[in-house]
Design a protein around this ligand. Structure first.
Ligand code: BES
Ligand code: MN
Ligand code: MN
Length: 457
């Protein structure tokens, strides 16, 4: 192991220049005009997987963006890791807020800035380099390894779910390893044991055939903007509780132990508020901020469109208004059931003066695991060696739809060991990754494979 770590330390600069190439590919899965770039990124990933010594590397085409698969099965009798990551990234707008171009990775103050640096190419690449260190240095890995990357995580992983369902044998493994989340804070490495789920909807409100003169018709018809605001205002009460009928029916309450453990984490609420630039924090009464984002469901309005929003003033009653909304779900809420409850509730609160339609978009199930399983403990030991500190156990508010699919379809535990940081601007301008976390993460990942090899099955 010492030689593998030496190898990693010696090659530190090369890793960064290679990562820059990966980050240069604008693999934005949400934008149709980037389809060619997403494919190019899949091809770059597969070429890299071959370079580092994986075998049977191939692209699996889907109705959307390709899945990349590769393996190394040279450790008969040893456990098999299924490593999952995503090579697609979020759009970069607003572009003018980036201090350096999103697809020209730039190192400043020990951090690498680029779209995908933290979410998720940097963290995928960290594992590539850990794998490479084993295979180039000693010629073998201590475990069997299967790597599956997708190009549609940021758009809901629609095709990966079907691929997993149809390929149980190919993906058969003892444990899933994922690095697509954040550490609790700088210097506080963590293991994530739960993710929230997601249901996303578009709401369309139509009032009349066409826009109307607000003087000639104002007072005679309902205003779609107003109606939409009224519908949205029915979604949450003033204490931050979601009012959709039945919404909390299946919510798994936080345990007293969990709440106690979270109170001990080094969380500074004042600093958090300051970092966000919020005049005052807001959330469900009776819960702390960490409890609200990790362990409670929520309803959010992601976008609003309606009427005249240009410069100056225009006296108009818009014909239509639209909102994008989503709900983050916690165990044991079921996205399908919540979707039905949401649609029924909208129908209930919508007045008969307009036509309201709801269209369901992507989503995913929440996920939680017991963290006393031996693979999680193995990860704890590896992180302690890579970062010099044992990890804390966290939940996360974000979603990775395929994690629950892996659990249900393959019946294997998942270990989520992320090295991002909460302030690394994922999905925002100036996304970045701390290079010392990247480097320690390569070492921890290399050690992780060895620790997993020791797990008795
Ligand atoms: N890596 C994130 C999810 C995440 C963020 C996990 C922070 C843990 C901590 C992932 O790429 C993501 O952004 N997921 C989307 C899923 C959606 C598009 C279905 C999300 O959470 O919004
Ligand atoms: Mn991600
Ligand atoms: Mn993301």
């Amino acid at each position: 192991m010492i030689k593998v770590i030496d190898y990693i330390n010696t090659n530190r600069d090369r890793y960064i220049s290679e990562l820059k190439q990966y980050l240069a590919i604008p693999s934005i899965s949400a934008l149709p005009e980037r389809t060619g770039d997403v494919l190019r990124c899949a091809e770059w990933s597969s070429a890299e997987m071959t370079r580092i010594g994986l075998t049977n590397v191939r692209l699996e085409t889907t109705p959307g963006h390709p899945i990349v698969y590769g393996e190394w099965l040279g450790a008969p009798g040893a456990p098999t890791i299924l490593f999952y990551g995503h090579y697609d990234v979020q759009p970069v707008d607003p572009l003018e807020l980036w201090e350096s171009p999103p697809f020209e990775a730039t190192v400043r103050d020990g951090e690498i800035y680029a779209r995908g640096a933290a979410d998720d190419k940097g963290q995928v690449f960290m594992h590539f380099k850990a794998i490479e260190a084993h295979l180039k240095q000693g010629g073998s890995l201590p475990v069997n390894l299967k790597v599956i990357l997708e190009g549609e995580e940021e758009v809901g992983s629609v095709n990966l779910d079907n691929f997993v369902r149809a390929n149980h044998d190919l993906l058969k493994a003892d444990v899933v390893v994922i690095s697509d989340s954040a550490m609790f804070a700088k210097g506080v490495p963590s293991i994530c044991y739960s993710l929230r789920g997601l249901v996303y909807f578009q709401i369309d409100v139509r009032g009349t055939k066409s826009d109307l003169h607000s003087g000639v018709f104002g007072g005679a018809v309902a205003n779609p903007n107003m109606v939409l605001a009224q519908i949205l205002s029915q979604m949450k009460d003033r204490s931050g509780r979601v009012k959709i009928t039945g919404f909390y029916d299946d919510v798994r309450e936080l345990s007293a132990e969990e709440r106690e453990a979270w109170k001990k984490l080094p969380f500074n609420e004042k600093q958090y508020k300051k970092d966000l630039g919020a005049p005052k924090l807001f959330g469900e009464t009776g819960f702390t901020t960490l409890e609200r984002v990790w362990g409670r469901p929520t309803f959010e309005v992601n976008g609003l469109l309606g009427g005249f929003t240009g410069e100056g003033a225009k006296t108009v009653i818009p014909a239509v208004a639209m909102a994008k909304v989503s709900m983050r779900l916690v165990p044991n809420q079921d996205p399908d059931k919540i979707a039905e409850q949401f649609a029924a509730y909208v129908k209930d609160v919508a007045p008969p003066t307009v036509e309201v339609t709801v269209t369901r978009m992507h989503g995913g199930k929440p996920w939680i695991t017991e963290y006393d399983n031996p693979f999680v403990q193995a990860a704890g030991r590896a992180i302690e060696q890579g970062f010099g500190k044992p990890p804390v156990f966290c939940r996360e508010g974000g979603s990775i739809p395929v994690v629950s699919t892996f659990q249900e379809e393959l019946q294997v535990p998942a270990v989520l060991f992320g090295v991002g940081l909460p302030d690394e601007n994922a999905h925002a301008p100036n996304e970045k990754l701390d290079l010392s976390n990247f480097h320690n993460g390569i070492i921890a990942s290399a050690i992780l494979y060895g620790e997993i090899a020791k797990v008795q099955r």
